[in-house]
Design a binder for this molecule. Structure first.
Ligand SMILES: NC(=O)c1ccc[n+]([C@@H]2O[C@H](COP(=O)([O-])OP(=O)(O)OC[C@H]3O[C@@H](n4cnc5c(N)ncnc54)[C@H](O)[C@@H]3O)[C@@H](O)[C@H]2O)c1
Ligand SMILES: N[C@H](C(=O)O)[C@H](O)COP(=O)(O)O
Length: 332
């Protein structure tokens, strides 16, 4: 059993959750949603989908084939599609907190999060840049969390995440590149079952600096990180020119691309296959995945949102849960 959070109730989270339940109800990956059942029922009625408030994870397991089970998290204000309201921020974060608690108490095998709006939550007093950092704090493992986005033909791991480009470049360091890449290699082994992971590290500048002609960071920051990783026995190539490292031919050479900033990583991933991309938090004991898109306020309420990325996220959370259980058994 997995726990699915509510996300911003003015976004597409409810719609795609109903779509995911329809696709997965006969599957072996049941989930329970932590949300306001009245909000979900309002959306589900017109689509002939049943939503069932439940009191426990066990009850959720019993009803999953017939109805989308919901552990109630009441919304303080009405949810209007496309019009986010910071007054609902407390319920959005409560849903995440309860899901994490269920996971840390081993009542669920992992959590899948629906998209939140960072700016709306900030207006509601939320102190974290996004889920990734919030989950580190909630699990008592702050600083270990790393973002990976995984698609059918590419995995990317940004070294810096929700920062302006200027701040991201200032934050880059050899130590940070090494620690993020190390976490990625460990996750590829434990979560994705790749015994000898191959990493590719991107340069920061055009042409990966071209020997200092277009920037020094490849020589001063990235190359020393690659040397340190190789010294630890990790297979690494780079610094690669960022404009060509995502071609089909280049992608054959590695299992994950370590990227210097958010868009260097996420643009190729989402352009190649947004529907099947999944955001995975690696480095924590918690299993957490999420669709690779946001709240999509522009289409919320129209019932045109594609649930494929959420379905992929639920399936991947279950795969990671199983891979970790297998790895733990073989180490026992
Ligand atoms: N995991 C998360 O919580 C997460 C991830 C990304 C963005 N966000 C948040 O989402 C908000 C909106 O961000 P954005 O506009 O940059 O990105 P977005 O992914 O919400 O939307 C970008 C475009 O893609 C479309 N789109 C997104 N998901 C779709 C789906 N499932 N089916 C069909 N079309 C879809 C949208 O309609 C929009 O045109 C921001 O507040 C951001 O913070 C949250
Ligand atoms: N950077 C992610 C994306 O653009 O898809 C996203 O904002 C999610 O961040 P969290 O998982 O930390 O909320």
């Amino acid at each position: 059993m997995l726990a699915l959070t509510m996300g911003d109730p003015a976004g597409i989270g409810g719609e795609i959750a109903l779509g995911a339940w329809t696709a997965l109800r006969e599957d072996e990956t049941p989930f329970v949603m932590l949300a306001d059942p009245r909000w979900l029922s309002g959306m589900a009625g017109g689509r002939g989908i049943a939503v069932r408030p439940v009191d426990s994870v066990e009850e959720a397991g019993r009803v999953f084939a017939e109805a989308l089970p919901v552990l109630p998290v009441p919304l303080p204000a009405p949810a209007i599609p496309g019009h986010p309201n910071p007054a609902n921020g407390s319920a959005v974060t409560a849903s995440i907190e309860r899901a994490v608690r269920l996971a840390t108490e081993n009542r669920v095998g992992g959590i899948v999060t629906n998209p939140i709006s960072k700016i709306v939550l900030k207006r509601a007093g939320f102190a974290h840049p996004g889920h990734t950092e919030f989950l580190g704090a909630l699990t008592g493992q702050a600083g270990r969390e790393v973002m990976m986005l995984a698609g059918p033909s590419l995995r990317v791991v940004p070294v810096t995440v929700h920062l302006s480009l200027r701040d991201a470049i200032d934050k880059l360091s050899t130590d940070l590149i090494v620690s993020v890449a190390r976490t990625a290699a460990a996750s590829l082994r434990r979560d994705f079952g790749i015994a000898s992971p191959r990493l590719a590290v991107a340069g920061l500048n055009p042409h990966a600096g071209e020997n200092g002609l277009m920037g020094e960071e490849e020589r001063t920051l990235v190359a020393p990180a690659i040397a340190a990783l190789r010294a630890e026995g990790i297979e690494v190539i780079g610094p690669l020119p960022p404009d060509t490292m995502f071609t089909a031919l280049q992608r054959e050479r590695y299992d994950a691309a370590i990227c210097m900033y958010h868009d260097q990583a996420l643009i190729p991933l989402k352009t190649l296959d947004m529907a099947h991309g999944v955001n995975v938090t690696i480095g924590l004991d918690l299993v957490r995945t999420s669709p690779d898109h946001g709240t999509a306020f522009d289409i919320a309420g129209r019932h045109v949102a594609d649930p494929t990325s959420l379905i992929s996220a639920i399936r991947l959370a279950d795969i990671i849960r199983r891979n970790r259980a297998r790895a733990n058994r073989s180490h026992a």
